[in-house]
Design a protein around this ligand. Sequence first.
Ligand SMILES: Cc1cc2nc3c(=O)[nH]c(=O)nc-3n(C[C@H](O)[C@H](O)[C@H](O)COP(=O)(O)O)c2cc1C
Length: 409
Amino acid sequence: MEDEYHRSDLFSLLDLSIEFCGVKFDSPFVLAASPSTDDESMVARGFDYGWAGAVLKTTSVEGQDVSLAYPMISGYHFARRKLVGMGNIDLISRHHILEVEKRVISLKKRYPNKVVVGSIMGSRKDDWQILTERLEGAGADMIECSFSCPQGSIGEQSGRMLGQSVEASRMVAEWVKEAARHIPVMIKITPQVADIIAVANVLREAGADAITASNTLPSLMGIDLDSFIPFPNVGGKSTYSGLSGPAIKPLTLRTIAEIARNVDIPISGTGGASTWRDAVEFMAVGAGIVQYCTAVMRYGFGIIDDLKSGLSQFLLRKGFNSPKEITGKALPYIVDHEELPRIKARSRIDQDSCLKCNLCFTACRDGGHEAIEVTADRLPHVDDEKCVGCGLCKVVCPIENCITMKIIE
Ligand SMILES: Cc1cc2nc3c(=O)[nH]c(=O)nc-3n(C[C@H](O)[C@H](O)[C@H](O)COP(=O)(O)O)c2cc1C
């Protein structure tokens, strides 16, 4: 089915546009606040490549000290896979509002149909409100408030994120909503809280138009075992990084789902999306649009072609007319643990596709239920009496569909 469609045909066949908080995006794919959106020339290139919108790197009021430390990026590599996750000790933009508002004016003039989102962070009420008013005045389509910078929040208690306080989140969201006259306000939260539903609820009560869920996660990226200095090594010292990229995708999915299941508010998904499939998954658990950062920093703006063609083919295959139809599709299937049906399943190994690597045998023997036996020819066999159907053998098997879980009751 997929092969029947050529990419050029796909774009003419399908309209990927979506309305989010009353703002029209020509697709759900948006550049997240990051170094990729810190300069006009880069945002313009992103738009030329076909991104629907960009959240500009977070700006602040004039006089706000933004003291950056370099090198700021480190990688989390695992089992010879580069950049399973990426850590950064970046802060907000070194460009203050005066520069950013000029950038917004220019970008909106050059790209009237692209969505320009101004991202802000302040410490006092005045800061938040001035930033909002100036960005709206410059023509920004939306405001995103960073409540979740994990590298020490400017003007707040060091190391603590604004989004970690329910009451501070309510107060600042109200300030920004008071200042925004016509444009929607999104609040970018942190998943690093005990009760994400409480945060989402107060933001909705405060009048926020949407939640951006979520952001990087506070992390320590690894230790150099020669010097014992953690990464990144900044002149012999290190600090906690914000972890982004594929490693955090499952956490983001849970955060989006938890908000979508409990609070009626539009969600912009960010945190670990690299492919069109990731976007579909974010939308399936409740996101309306999806923001990309690490994948763009690694592979460039050109990934938008794959995102659009992949989403188009998916919509055609599923018979959907718009990306909007994906939003929330997975939610009816997410329940609390006690509501899960108690089924009886057993592992089934397809002997014809088995590589005889015996990974399933070792995993089951030492981490499962000693339910797999290996015959003299190295073929694994499941003992149904011992197998409980946990699924460990299936996840360690390197061959797709060689091991399946068969429901027996
Ligand atoms: C180097 C770097 C700088 C970032 N700067 C900002 C920022 O200024 N404001 C903000 O809200 N988020 C910032 N982020 C967070 C991203 O917007 C994004 O939410 C996060 O990286 C998770 O998405 P990803 O896994 O697609 O990278 C930054 C991320 C990185 C990697």
